[in-house]
Design a protein around this ligand. Structure first.
Ligand SMILES: [Zn+2]
Length: 151
């Protein structure tokens, strides 16, 4: 707990967001027992989700079996939901581990689920964090949320 607290003082979105208890604002779609699903505010594609453990760990081998199982199970459910709601045709699913691995937030492991469509731009970057962007995200959130609620 001390470790978690001292890390949190520096600010970690994966620790802070679940504690805010404003899931629509923080774009948290689902709270599992050990892990949770949220939307990426800088999406590569519409519907870009992330699964993260509540535990502040930076490596997959610091997760226990229960956490790993829940991550896989939530990722699978998320992909089924993205297929059903957004007609996703394929996915990129995985983690960037460490700075060299391309992790944006390397101190708290998180798994990306990026829906893909035939002919979409490969990892099209979305520029800026504008009001329009946030509204677009919340629109997607409102489409996805009922499906996560019924998991
Ligand atoms: Zn954290």
């Amino acid at each position: 707990m001390d470790y978690i607290r001292s890390e949190k003082e520096k600010g970690c979105i994966f620790c802070d967001k679940p504690e805010l208890n404003d899931d629509r604002e923080t774009l948290i779609l689902y709270r599992g027992e050990h892990t949770f699903v949220l939307m990426n505010i800088y999406p590569y594609n519409n519907g870009h989700l992330m699964v993260a453990p509540y535990a502040h760990v930076d490596n997959s081998n610091d997760l226990d079996t229960v956490e790993r199982n829940e991550i896989m199970s939530l990722a699978d459910s998320a992909m089924v939901i993205l297929k059903g709601t957004m007609n996703a045709e394929g996915f990129n699913f995985g983690a960037n581990i460490g700075k060299s691995g391309g992790a944006g937030i390397e101190e708290h492991i998180h798994y990306h689920i990026v829906p893909r469509w035939q002919g979409d731009t490969n990892f099209m970057p979305v520029v800026g964090h504008t009001k329009v962007q946030v509204e677009g995200l919340q629109e997607t959130y409102d489409i996805l949320k009922p499906h996560f609620d019924s998991l």
